[in-house]
Design a protein around this ligand. Sequence first.
Ligand SMILES: [Fe+2]
Ligand SMILES: [Fe+2]
Length: 269
Amino acid sequence: MNHPTQLPGRRVGPDTDMLSAYVPLPGLGVLPINAFLIRAREPVLLDTGMAALRDDFMEALRDLIDPAALRWIWVTHADADHVGNLRAVLEAAPQARFVTNYLGIGKLGLQMLPLERSHMIHPGQTLHVGDRDLLALRPPVYDAPETMAAFDSHSGTLFSSDCFGAVMQRPAESAAAIAPAALQDGLSLWATIDAPWLAQTGRAQLAAAVRPLRDLEPRQILGSHLPPAAGIDDRLFAGLEAALTAPIFNGPVPRALRETVEAGEPVVA
Ligand SMILES: [Fe+2]
Ligand SMILES: [Fe+2]
């Protein structure tokens, strides 16, 4: 896979669809970039993909739902691979408000997004979406301090944002379909790239930070940079633990990166 590619949406759980794109990481592999549609009574889009694939993303979204029916857009954080199409979705979804916290509103205001369309909640609070509550929580690993994961109490699904991403050699249907050793390496590498501060974290601190997620006993974990993961929580947490002692990430192979930049392709950093 040499170019960013948007895949068609697909069902990944009760009331839940995934909008997945893959981007090449020069010299490393590929990374999924996922958004999700929760078919609650008040439909929720969780993140909005990246601007580089705007037309393809909007088409894939329209194949799943009439955007005019969306009521909420849950913004896990304000990074470009999560809010790249927020403005386009807001324009196509006049009923929808975007959900974030104090810092998220500040950052999205700097991007000139219409703050009158925002709805502020903070970790520990819930958003009622008609037939269920979505619990906002701070994941143990993140790259932006406004990050809010979401737990769907109705389906038992944890939407973990950047936590539990994996660099992969090729796209996969599910995280369980990736060989365990390759998954561990991919989880650890992503965590090292995305959260270099993990190198200053001890095992006991990480264990305490992941405890609230483990206690939720999610039926499925849907990460922004991982195929759907069910029944492999231990492997996911082991991947984070491996990042504590992984080598510092210093960037991809220079020649592969240069070729990508010269080709005018977007680079995920
Ligand atoms: Fe991020
Ligand atoms: Fe991300």
